[in-house]
Ligand binder design. Structure first.
Ligand SMILES: Cc1cc2nc3c(=O)[nH]c(=O)nc-3n(C[C@H](O)[C@H](O)[C@H](O)COP(=O)(O)O)c2cc1C
Length: 322
């Protein structure tokens, strides 16, 4: 499939997740078949005011392309300015995604993220200004609406299409649901029936069968997987294999631990050992989730701040340490 002029190998994508979809994790998901990977959300003001932390978030690697960088904010001028000044010259970035779905109070209180679903006029202005200046396809990520009394995702989807957005990701929850309750896949179907731009369905894909079901039920053009990929980069290839009649590649406990160690080494090589080991604590807990007798190891990992030690504990756990 294509998003604007960007050709994608398949339609099973990684959804953006702050604190999760950093460069290391994106590379692993790409290797495991993701058709598109998306960065953590990046503050447009952070880029504008040259916040040093923002620079790390914008780091990409040729291996993970095509890559979408997701930005958030609510000042159309600042958003257009950073696209023109900082993102347009970046030839290593393929797509710009705009976040109008984040429910976090600290984001919403500034009028950013899903708060824009309460201000459709401002939302339209942002889309118009960013599309006008961008030299890359611009995509948008939305929810169903602010709450069940204000379901306006279809209206915003139509506005997005009118303003030249190249694809739309629909997280089928309202803002006030945050991440709980069931995603309403029928809503994705409704959006798909209302616009002609590609619609990317999102919410509650945890098993390969869920991915196939979402395609069937909603007729969406692509799917995006968030939490189902945590500690589980195999999900992309497993869905593709299921869709194309190829054999499943359910990983063994040893393969899972080996992937975790690969992830550890990759993140440490990018962010340094101190940060890398700390960030790997949550990833390790996700990798080991559901594996036999893993609770003790998970607890132990949280006390470790040394890469070799973490690797040793993991190898010991699967009986491979000698
Ligand atoms: C830890 C975490 C961080 C997230 N960060 C972002 C983000 O930066 N930008 C965004 O658009 N959505 C973000 N999301 C939402 C996901 O992209 C996705 O819409 C949501 O988790 C539903 O999909 P899932 O059921 O496959 O997880 C985040 C979700 C989680 C769990």
């Amino acid at each position: 499939m294509r998003i604007g002029n960007v050709k994608l190998e398949n339609n099973v994508f990684l959804a953006p997740m702050a604190g999760v979809t950093d460069l290391a994790f994106r590379i692993l998901c790409k290797e495991m078949g993701a058709g598109l990977v998306v960065s953590e959300m990046v503050s447009s003001k952070g880029i504008y005011y040259k916040d040093p932390g923002t620079k790390t978030l914008l780091q990409v690697n040729p291996k993970e392309r095509p890559i979408a960088i997701q930005i958030f904010g609510s000042d159309p001028e600042i958003m257009a300015n950073i696209v023109e000044e900082y993102l347009n010259p970046r030839e290593d970035i393929d797509i710009i995604d705009i976040n109008m779905g984040c429910p976090a109070p600290k984001i919403v209180k500034n009028g950013d993220g899903s708060a824009l679903m309460k201000d459709i006029i401002l939302a339209r202005k942002i889309l118009r200004e960013v599309v006008k200046v961008s030299n890359k396809p611009v995509t948008l990520k939305i929810r169903m609406g602010w709450d069940h009394d204000n379901i306006n995702g279809v209206d915003l989807a139509k506005i997005a299409e009118e303003e030249g957005i190249s694809a739309l990701t629909v997280h089928a929850r309202t803002r006030d649901m945050f991440y709980s309750g069931e995603a309403d896949w029928n809503f994705i179907k409704k959006v798909k029936e209302s616009v002609t731009i590609p619609v990317i369905g999102n919410g509650d894909i945890f098993e390969p069968e869920d991915g196939v079901r979402m395609f069937e039920l909603t007729n969406c053009d692509a799917i995006a997987i968030g939490r189902g990929s945590q500690g589980n980069p195999w999900i992309f290839k497993r869905i593709i294999n299921l869709m194309t009649g190829k054999e499943d590649i359910l990983p063994s406990p040893e393969e899972i631990v080996r992937m975790c160690i690969k992830h550890l080494n990759l993140v440490c090589s990018i962010k340094g050992e101190r940060v890398g080991v700390r960030e790997m604590r949550k990833h390790t807990a996700w990798y080991l989730k559901g594996l036999r007798n893993s609770n003790e190891v998970k607890n132990l990992i949280y006390t470790i701040d040394n890469k070799e030690e973490m690797e040793r504990i993991l190898l010991e756990y699967i009986g491979l340490y000698s």
